[in-house]
Ligand binder design. Structure first.
Ligand code: GLY
Length: 353
């Protein structure tokens, strides 16, 4: 249960997608439900959700957009709003975000502004969205200048996380599954050495429920302390200043989770070089990334990356908060003057050579 500006349940279980309608009926009377999804997820899971809703008396409409980060833009955002208006969706109706992080961020943003806010249910279908983006209420689209530059804080009314979907993903797309592993490693480095060691020494798919619930609890606790990202919640951005620059430089060909993996390794190097971590955490972090098929370095230059990083929304006036690990299980916010950022990027990239 998360109790931020809105209290909501996060239901984690196996084979529960077909019960989505029953679960949603506990929070809403039968109404119109708009499923927002992409063409890939649509083929896999839309029918199950639609049927479960119709069985409970809901009427269902659906907006499907093209899979991929490139769709997380203002044009698609506007199209969805127009679709809702054309279908006379009202404030007592519901939007379901059925899919990964792109869908959750996009549908969440739409739900937060359509008619000044209509209820949102998150049904994550990737490991990454299950443990990160579906929980905590951050919504966003990308702008030409950078990732997630427009968005809102808008908590869902319910999150339904079906572990069978994630297990299936681990078999059918190890690349997308490992995106989520990068975020799980991030949680371990931020707050839970035990979790980090589980991921280091075990196949994540063999302890999926454990890993998912640990990660969600860490996120829940940080969101409860700082829903609007003014302080402690920023710890969840470990590796992300580096990662967002890598994603943008690659025109999103490098996925978010893979970029986060590289960002975690870069944060470990920066931390050691800046004297924040007494021990060099890079070897352990490199090992856990390698064990899970994740990258740990980049070929972009420091100057290429820093130009993009300077557009990052996490910049605040003349400062940027960099998250740095002190040890595995403990990170700090390190306030850096904007003009010092280039030096940090150069220091980290130089260490690659
Ligand atoms: N994904 C980082 C956050 O929700 O704060």
């Amino acid at each position: 249960m998360v109790k931020a500006s809105r209290e909501y349940e996060i239901v984690v279980g196996r084979n529960i997608l077909c019960d989505a309608g029953k679960m949603i009926k506990k929070i809403a009377k039968p109404c119109t439900v708009c499923i927002v999804t992409d063409d890939v997820v649509n083929n896999l899971y839309s029918e199950i959700v639609k049927k479960s809703l119709e069985d409970e008396g809901f009427s269902v409409i659906k907006f499907v957009f093209k899979n991929g980060e490139q769709s997380k833009n203002i044009a698609v955002f506007t199209e969805i709003l127009e679709f809702l208006a054309k279908n006379r969706v009202t404030r007592s109706d519901i939007i379901i975000a059925l899919g990964g992080g792109v869908i959750g961020d996009m549908a969440g943003f739409v739900a937060s502004v359509y008619l000044r806010g209509i209820p949102l249910v998150q049904i994550p279908t990737t490991f990454l969205s299950a443990i990160d983006s579906s929980v905590g209420g951050k919504t966003a689209i990308n702008l030409d200048c950078g990732k997630n530059l427009a968005g809102t804080f808008y908590q869902p009314s319910l999150v339904i996380c079906d572990l069978d979907i994630l297990s299936r993903l681990s078999r059918t797309s190890s690349y997308i599954f490992s995106d989520g592993i990068a975020e799980a490693i991030k949680y371990g480095i931020i707050a839970d050495e035990k979790l980090f060691n589980i991921i280091l020494n075990t196949k994540v798919n063999d302890c999926l429920e454990d890993v998912v619930t640990h990660c969600i609890k860490i996120k829940r606790d940080l969101v409860l302390k700082d829903e609007f990202d003014k302080g402690l919640r920023q710890l969840l951005n470990l590796g992300h200043t580096f990662a967002h620059s890598i994603e943008k430089c690659s025109e999103y060909k490098i996925s978010h989770g893979h970029a986060v993996g590289i960002g975690l390794a870069m944060a470990a190097k920066a931390s050691y070089k800046l004297g924040i971590s007494k021990d060099n955490l890079y070897p352990q972090i490199k090992e856990v990334l390698l064990n899970n098929g994740l990258p740990y370095n980049t070929t972009y230059t420091a100057d290429e990356l820093v130009t993009v990083a300077l557009n990052d929304k996490k910049r605040s006036g003349e400062y940027i908060n960099l998250v740095l690990p002190v040890m595995i299980g403990n990170c700090v916010l390190y306030k850096l003057r904007i003009e010092e950022l280039r030096g940090v990027f150069r220091m980290v990239i130089e260490a690659n050579k």
